[in-house]
Write a protein that binds this ligand. Structure first.
Ligand SMILES: *Cc1c(COP(=O)(O)O)cnc(C)c1O
Length: 396
């Protein structure tokens, strides 16, 4: 037998964290890492945040799981807080991002069905998008590396180049339900949608009765310095998928929708055994307490500006390697002139610095949102030392 007990679908690296404390991780061997990856934008409060830890521990001892057959005071309370803080009128809780996107896709299809236009079942999505790994969500992306060998995929998606409004509009026909888009692409290479692109999609949705479905699984929940990234663009979606930071490490996701867009989601149309269980709700409440705390989002914006300025200053000193800085708030990307995966490994293995590679040779910089100036300074020092000694491979 050569297959490993853990199904070998991840090319795992040698770092094996067993403990976390604030912005630091510790490996089996006691090695310390500065964590500017946050479990890929998940650990928004860092590791071991006392308010989150206590909320989970207390709720685990009180009531951990309850079926959605019963009333949910815990779910009602968190849903109300999200409704009060966003465009949405209603929330479905999930356990992951892909499930949140699945719910968003179902909600969009069902809306047009309820409107008497069941032929409007196709979502226009975008090149280099990432929406998750279920059959539905890999069908929503046209990246071959995620789709190959899993056919037949789910019909009902068409693909346009990201940030190309005209190309997206040209795909609209009588089968179009709307658009599914990440306002800022994460995996795809930290590409922010332009104002014209996202505002243009919103406008055509309003004009033609289509739905704007946003995937804010990575860019949402304070990551950009706004509660949700669409606020940066002055638009609101009809439906939105959320996860990652919403549980800050506890598996939790959500699909938010307006009353109109959720028109078709009546009793019996959707469900989840674990979705919205009391333990997840306690985690979600604790995260929201911190995020909605006085000045928290302003702190994210301030740290994001400081980090971006440090990165921009570094570019001229390492212009054989670094090309540009992308992103907003603490969702930043450093575009390299050579393979970003290899540089991410170098930072990790030789400088105790964790970042994440993304498409288009981008190094994703996704620190916990609770970092302070000292962490920015430590990061900057480690990254410039890493860049100084790094030798890019010529044919990368
Ligand atoms: C991570 C991610 C997902 C999938 O979330 P999972 O929790 O892994 O299912 C979906 N969309 C975006 C934009 C993501 O970054």
């Amino acid at each position: 037998m050569t297959i490993t007990p853990l199904m070998p679908v991840y090319p795992r690296c040698g770092v094996r964290p067993v403990r976390g404390e604030g912005v630091y991780l510790y490996g089996e061997d006691g090695q310390q890492y500065l964590d500017f990856a946050s479990g890929i934008a998940v650990n928004a409060l860092g590791h071991g945040h006392p308010h989150l830890v206590k909320a989970i521990a207390d709720q685990a001892a009180t009531l951990m799981h309850m079926s959605n057959l019963y009333g949910s005071p815990q779910g009602e309370h968190l849903a109300q807080r999200l409704v009060d803080a966003t465009f949405a009128d209603t929330v479905f809780f999930t356990n992951s991002g892909a499930e949140a996107v699945e719910c968003a896709i179902k909600t969009a299809r069902r809306y047009h069905c309820a409107e008497g236009r069941p032929e409007r079942n196709t979502l226009i999505t975008f090149n280099n998008a990432f929406h998750g790994r279920t059959l539905g969500t890999i069908s929503a992306t046209n990246q071959p590396k995620m789709r190959d060998g899993f056919e037949p995929l789910l019909p009902g998606f068409r693909y346009a180049p990201f940030n190309d409004l005209d190309a997206a509009l040209a795909l609209i026909d009588e089968t179009t339900a709307g658009f599914l888009v990440e306002p800022i692409q994460g995996e795809g290479g930290l590409m922010a949608g332009t104002d014209a692109f996202l505002q243009g999609l919103r406008k055509v949705c309003d004009e033609q009765g289509l739905l704007l479905v946003l995937d804010e699984v990575q860019c949402g929940y304070g990551r950009t310095g706004k509660f949700f990234a669409h606020e940066l663009y002055g638009i609101t979606p009809d439906i939105m998928a959320v996860a990652k930071g919403i549980g800050a490490g506890f598996p939790l996701g959500a699909c938010l929708a307006t009353e109109r867009a959720a028109k078709g989601m009546v009793a019996g149309t959707h469900g989840s055994t674990y979705g919205g269980n009391p333990l997840a709700m306690a985690a979600g409440e604790a995260v929201l307490d911190v995020l909605m705390g006085d000045g928290f989002l302003d702190h994210v914006t301030a740290m994001g500006e400081r980090l971006r300025a440090s990165l921009e200053q570094m570019i001229p000193n390492h212009d054989h390697l670094f090309q540009e800085v992308r992103g907003r708030g603490l969702m930043l990307g450093l575009k390299l002139k050579s393979d970003s995966r290899r540089f991410v490994a170098h930072c990790r293995d030789h400088h105790g610095l964790l970042t994440v590679a993304a498409g288009d040779n981008v190094v994703r910089i996704l620190p916990p949102l609770v970092i302070d100036e000292s962490h920015v300074a430590e990061f900057t020092q480690k990254l410039s030392e890493a860049a100084r000694v790094y030798v890019p491979v010529a044919d990368d």
